[in-house]
Design a protein around this ligand. Structure first.
Ligand code: NAP
Length: 299
């Protein structure tokens, strides 16, 4: 059932494509928003394998799909099928939102906007806020791009694989996001053992690893020794949204830090995509958030 969405001859289609895609929460939150806005759109999840990506995109053009979100494994592979890629998506190195325009498919990345939304609600002097990012996968790219946009004076990325860490650091060379930005001084990578040393200076600590995510809810990416050095008043941000709070956020709150979980990023990246597709600013973000909270039985 698509609640409140009436499918008719004029209905335009939006989608999320990926492999797998069946667990995506995007149809739920987007259809709730579209229904509340009274728009003649429906949003579906379409499983598309890597081998059939080109066929799928050709088909989307043929049936005049209005736009689509992209999840694993197509976030980079989509690039050759797009006529334009925004600077933010080029900088992050991944596209998560595509819209049809009179110039063809246009790709962008709304994860950065989603990540930043709850931070921008806090009155902070970001030029004095050193960021500590745990993990260096796909989500970490949006987080680093967000920290660059905030103007954080230092971004320390911690990981467990030296080769991947070095490749991550290297990947930002020549990025359109970092052209006027002293990358070598600002972005530094470290092994996990450096956490305790980096923690006292960090004003923003972001977990981009899946450590602590359901069903492994007892796990915490930050060992006790490092957690004990988290500053009161620092921001602890976990991209995980189930459970809420994670053990990391529980520990951070107990130390007097401000805890942010990943639900708002999920909601806000979706709201940003809807703004692009519908050309409307009045996206019912509360309805999207509450729909997900109810579904995930959060709070
Ligand atoms: P990814 O590309 O697979 O990256 C995961 C990162 O975590 C890698 O750097 C990986 O390191 C590291 N990692 C995994 N297990 C680890 C462990 N046990 N110890 C230390 N590091 C570990 O995944 P992703 O797409 O970035 O997603 C990461 C998390 O963010 C997931 O929990 C996802 O649900 C969440 N997320 C949330 C949102 C949101 O809107 N809230 C959006 C995107 C992602 P190795 O390469 O060494 O394995």
């Amino acid at each position: 059932m698509i609640q409140g969405v009436t499918l008719q001859g004029t209905t335009r289609l939006l989608a999320v494509i990926g492999d797998p895609v069946r667990h995506s929460l995007s149809p739920l939150m987007h259809n709730a928003a579209l229904a509340a806005m009274g728009l003649d759109y429906a949003y579906v999840a379409l499983p598309v394998t890597a081998a059939r990506l080109g066929d799928a995109i050709g088909g989307f053009e043929a049936i005049a799909l209005a736009g689509f979100n992209i999840t694993i494994p197509h976030k980079q592979a989509i690039a050759p099928y797009l006529s334009e890629i925004s600077a933010i998506a080029q900088g992050v190195g991944a596209v998560n939102t595509v819209s049809w325009t009179d110039r063809g498919w246009q790709g962008t990345n709304t994860d950065v906007e989603g990540f930043l939304a709850p931070l921008l609600d806090l009155a902070r002097d970001w030029s004095q806020t050193r960021a500590l990012v745990l993990g260096h996968g796909g989500a970490a790219r949006a987080v680093v791009a967000g920290c660059v946009q905030l103007g954080c004076p230092a971004i320390h990325v911690v990981g467990r694989n030296p080769a991947k860490l070095a490749a991550f650091q290297q990947s930002w060379q020549g990025s359109p996001l970092t052209q006027n930005w002293p990358l070598a001084e600002t972005l530094q990578v470290h092994g996990w053992e450096a956490l305790a040393e980096l923690m006292p200076e960090a004003g923003l600590v972001v977990n981009t690893t899946p450590v602590g995510m359901s069903p492994n809810v007892e796990a915490c990416p930050v060992p006790g020794e490092a957690m004990a050095k988290l500053r009161a008043g620092a921001i602890a941000y976990d991209l995980i949204y189930v459970p809420n709070p994670t053990v990391f956020l529980q520990g951070a709150s107990a130390r007097g830090a401000i805890a942010i979980n990943g639900l708002e990023m999920l909601v806000q990246q979706g709201a940003a995509a809807l703004r692009i597709w519908t050309a409307r600013e009045d996206i019912p973000v509360d309805i999207m958030r509450n729909t997900l909270k109810q579904h995930l039985r959060l709070e």
